[in-house]
Design a protein around this ligand. Sequence first.
Ligand SMILES: [Mn+2]
Length: 266
Amino acid sequence: MAGPPIAPIVRDDYVSPASFGIRTWQAVQAADLDGGACGDRALTLLLDSGRTAAVLLDIAGHGPKRAELSSAVAEVIVSSLVSDPSPAVALGCADRTLRTSDAEFPYALAFLAIVHPVLRTVVYASAGQDCAFVLGRDKHIRSLPPTAPMLGIPLTLNPCDALFYLEPTETLIIATDGISESRPPGSVAFFGVAGVARAVAGSLRSGDDPALGVLEGARVHAGGKLADDAAVVVISLTPVTGKGRLPAEPRSATTLRKIAPKMTSF
Ligand SMILES: [Mn+2]
């Protein structure tokens, strides 16, 4: 005998009483010897439904000679993210661009994420970006491992999207290796994830821009000069005033049906 029909629960169909604003900070700095343009990009853009996309891109090498390819790849990524909700699809587009490019060393690392302010989901795809993590208020660090290899290399990419929930107490941090691998001359003491996390936590505590805090921390750690281009994106959720709190209990299926009357059973 057939059981009761299963009603799909589509979370986008109801408006949660708790909505969050998304705060973003991003910063880029060329390697100190090069000045000006560089191969790293850090940008955030507002998509529909309040979703925010974050793009961190590091074209192999550094300096102004990498800027043109970096801009071209960033443009491909942005137009893909605007038309398709999948960061993995955007990585695929970037990979194709690099593999058909005439440029020297057409390789890149990239981390792409889409943050939803109501669902609190972060969907991301990462091509070889090592320094990507979520920092909790208790200083706990959750790593976000790559979901694809480096872009542009002659390997089938097979990129995939990963999803996690971002708590309002947490901060998403992505930095290129120009920051995580910053080190004093002649030393192997890398700035690393720990240095990045300390710089973000310190900046947020003092009310300063955490992306600039990370750049400055890495520069000071390296003895005053960055040897590689550097880029960083920091994202957190902030409760929207007057919109209430999250429901204390999960909503029952009956409540959801009342909220979303158009939802059909099948
Ligand atoms: Mn780099």
